[in-house]
Design a protein around this ligand. Structure first.
Ligand SMILES: Nc1ncnc2c1ncn2[C@@H]1O[C@H](COP(=O)(O)OP(=O)(O)O)[C@@H](O)[C@H]1O
Ligand SMILES: [Mg+2]
Length: 315
């Protein structure tokens, strides 16, 4: 949980396909088709179809030191998730020829739920069915527990809040500085300040169980095929954590339309003040992402600030 800025390696869609082609040539694999699939701040995914018809996905990682963790977390989640998580097939560290680490993984059928317009427009019953499938699978992941909290590679904290509160304090300190530099707005700072001032009220219940979390399960990282959930992809910051630290992403993008967080809470229960906690986790995570990647998405940030104020008023 380190908010230091990472400057991503600059690779566009065309270059990603060219690098994928070079990796295949190195492996003496014949590609019939290479297709750019998409990517966010730190990834570029390319779909590979080989001459023999076999398909897989090559992902280039735009930040150094991501590959070991991402591959390990995919394996760990795959072992503990009833919904398919792609198997890692091979990895290739960066060198003079290709400036980004890359790994290959099994292709999940279907498409990202965020792009499935039929699912978005489907009946409430259908959307609740989707939420039921997603939350059952995520809860199974959360049932993988550990004796200590922290990064999956080195979980060494005995207390969740002892790990999370200094992180939130660091984000707040950095937010002050970013507002002074004119990078972030005063409204973000005042919401974060007001929330941090109530930290001990919001987090009044101790977190007793360290649960495996995906870390970035928003609807863009849920795959759907023929109306069913076909896979979870793209873990980020997977940890042994408060399991509620895995729920705030559900409300980002179109997640609310599918009642994802509500369904999880109704099925599996939640701690006192869960709404305020999710608002806090969501706001501080979005500010953290700004520091990490340098990109601010007002369409995501604005509702998080508003929700934080609403939850504080209701506390
Ligand atoms: N294993 C996979 N199977 C099928 N499609 C995938 C797979 N991995 C990634 N994709 C596609 O590529 C897009 C970007 O990949 P993702 O791993 O989410 O990158 P980022 O880390 O940049 O968000 C996804 O939204 C999805 O459409
Ligand atoms: Mg993604």
């Amino acid at each position: 949980m380190n908010a230091e800025r990472i400057t991503p390696i600059d690779i566009n869609a065309n270059q990603a396909v060219k690098y994928a082609d070079a990796i295949l040539a190195e492996r003496s694999e014949q590609a019939r088709r290479l297709k750019y699939l998409g990517g966010g701040s730190f990834g570029r995914a390319v779909g590979v179809t080989l001459e023999n018809g076999r398909e897989y996905v090559l992902k280039l990682l735009l930040a150094p030191d991501m590959m070991e963790k991402e591959c390990r977390d995919l394996r760990l989640l795959r072992e503990n998730c009833p919904v398919r998580v792609p198997a890692v097939l091979y990895s290739r560290p960066c060198d003079d020829k290709i400036p980004a680490d890359a790994y290959a993984m099994e292709k999940i059928p279907g498409k990202s739920a965020v792009t499935d317009i039929c699912l978005f427009l489907s009946s409430k019953k259908r959307r609740l069915g989707f939420a039921d499938e997603v939350t059952s699978a995520l809860h199974a992941v959360h049932e993988c527990v550990n004796g200590t909290f922290g990064d999956t590679l080195c979980p060494r904290h005995t207390d969740w809040l002892g790990l999370y509160k200094p992180f939130a304090q660091d984000i707040l300190t950095r937010t002050h500085a970013a507002v002074r530099r004119g990078e972030l707005s005063q409204s973000i700072l005042s919401a974060a300040q007001a929330a941090f001032a109530r930290f001990d009220d919001i987090f009044c219940e101790p977190v007793t169980q360290a649960c495996l979390i995906h870390g970035d399960l928003n609807v863009a990282n849920i795959m759907v095929d023929k109306g069913r959930v076909s896979g979870f992809i793209d873990p980020l910051n997977s940890m042994y954590a408060d399991r509620e630290y895995d729920l705030f992403q559900f409300d980002n993008l179109t997640g609310k339309r599918f009642f994802l967080a509500d369904t999880y809470i109704a099925k599996y229960g939640a701690s006192r003040n869960v709404r305020a906690k999710l608002a806090f986790y969501g706001l501080f995570n979005e500010i953290y992402c700004y520091f990490k990647a340098g990109t601010l998405f007002p369409a995501i940030m604005r509702p998080l600030v508003k929700n934080m104020r609403t939850q504080l008023a209701a506390l």
